[in-house]
Design a protein around this ligand. Structure first.
Ligand code: HEM
Length: 217
């Protein structure tokens, strides 16, 4: 493996996968302000199911020596997602949402690979580093578009308990650099991250159906 820090190797090896994710048509319509709050809620709903799995994996791995540095209770998203869904759909939100097929696939994969710390870190990195990076830009745009304020709507992107996000992300990258994995296991982690990007992009792709239906109406 290269002499570069692993956080850089991982980022460089997966940046083309990031570009495909970022280029998604649902995200584009969302950021262009073309979607109703309910159509935005469809994405929040899919996140809800994925984060139940991811945060569940974090809780299960809290005692694992390799995964534990990537277990951050301050990142858990369930409560924020519930507040967002209540704001968007009202008190009956739970009966309004269901996981799509790509979300069920993503959740199954998270559950399948989280018995290996490297598998867990791949999915954790793909979601949380994204939420802490481009997610912050997305939050500011959504606040402008829908008028949401802290307390529900875009709380999922708010990480108040984390403190300085740049400092946290640097700490996260230092932990990636210090991962005590063999080169072969690091390569597996990179491959799983590429898959994590693909599965997350498929979740967004399915949401594109919502966009087309809404824009056609
Ligand atoms: C509108 C859509 C998106 C925009 C504008 C965006 C933008 C960005 C930007 C600017 C960064 C670099 C931030 C930095 O260096 O601190 C970043 C990092 C990242 N994004 Fe995104 N992103 C988007 C969608 C996504 C999606 C859908 C995912 C995953 C499913 C994702 C995952 C990540 C990850 C894991 C990183 C961290 C890379 C690293 O520094 O190692 N992003 N994003």
């Amino acid at each position: 493996m290269s002499d570069s820090p692993f956080s850089e190797v991982l980022r460089n090896a997966t940046w083309s996968d990031h570009e495909s994710a970022e280029d998604d048509s649902y995200l584009k319509a969302l950021m262009a302000g073309q979607l109703s709050p309910e159509a935005y809620g469809e994405m929040v709903a899919q996140h809800y199911f994925a984060y139940l799995a991811l945060d569940g994996a974090s809780k299960a791995l809290a005692g694992d020596p390799i995964a534990a540095p990537f277990v951050f209770p301050e990142l858990y998203r369930e409560e924020a997602l519930v507040r967002d869904l209540e704001t968007i759909y009202g008190a009956g939100w739970r009966s309004r949402i269901e996981p799509s097929l790509p979300t069920l696939t993503l959740v199954a994969r998270i559950n399948q690979v989280s018995s290996r710390p490297g598998g867990y870190v791949a999915h954790h990195y793909t979601r949380y580093m994204g939420d802490l990076s481009g997610g912050q830009f997305i939050r500011m745009e959504l606040q402008k578009i829908y008028g949401y304020t802290p307390g529900g709507g875009v709380d999922f992107y708010l990480f108040d308990e984390v403190g300085s996000l740049p400092r946290f992300k640097n700490q996260y990258r230092a932990r990636l650099d210090a991962l005590p994995l063999s080169d072969a296991d690091k390569q597996r982690l990179i491959r799983e991250t590429k898959l994590a990007y693909q599965l997350n992009t498929e979740v967004l792709g399915e949401l594109g159906r919502v966009v087309r239906a809404e824009l056609a109406a």
